[in-house]
Design a protein around this ligand. Sequence first.
Ligand SMILES: [Zn+2]
Length: 240
Amino acid sequence: MALSSRPEVPAFDASDLKELKRTLVTACRVLDREGITDGYGHVSARVPGADAFLTIANVSPGLATVERLIMMDLDGKYLGGAETPPNEWPIHACVFKVRPDVMSIAHTHSIWSSLFSVLPIKLRPLHHYGKFLSVNGPPIYQGAGLVRTVERGDALAKALGDEPVVLMRAHGDTVVGASIEQVVQRTVRLAKLGELTHLALLHGEPRYLTAEELETFNADERFPARGWEYYISRLGKRES
Ligand SMILES: [Zn+2]
């Protein structure tokens, strides 16, 4: 194989993908267990070194299994697994295409992201759980409606820009990160930040974190292993 060529996409059943698929299923179940997703939403993982990704088929996150995963390329071409892609697959394809740093994406209809997607008040970090966000909070994709076309997926990716999160007006959110575990923790913490901000606003204008204070918290960046272990402990038996 020439050095300049990209590695081929592994087969859906390749042993190389086994652990990634298991982690992806666990991630879906965690978001369901933590009350972030309901019957809808999905998590995806980039296939390392390939222009392809894995996500759940057209199934609720809480019912995800390895057999109900699908692999697609970044143009939406079917590459293996369950044959019915989630309706909003362009969210994943279009963001992976323009964000080579992103290894995992979660899309949810989180009640807290939905709330702050329609308010004049921006969701901004006022607790260290929001430390991964910019000081002015996530941008909002204004296009109401599901992201079922590449055109809308591209518009969403543009709204996301280089940020870790984009809220989606009257819809939910899209959260990106360097690993499945990080994306799950970010998604859960984003919801906690939304709830906390909602409570804080009942008492008046909250004191938000400054850019300098966010940097202080971010200096303590660690891989979210402890949070991940905790989330798994709340799932009970791991089934796949
Ligand atoms: Zn959606």
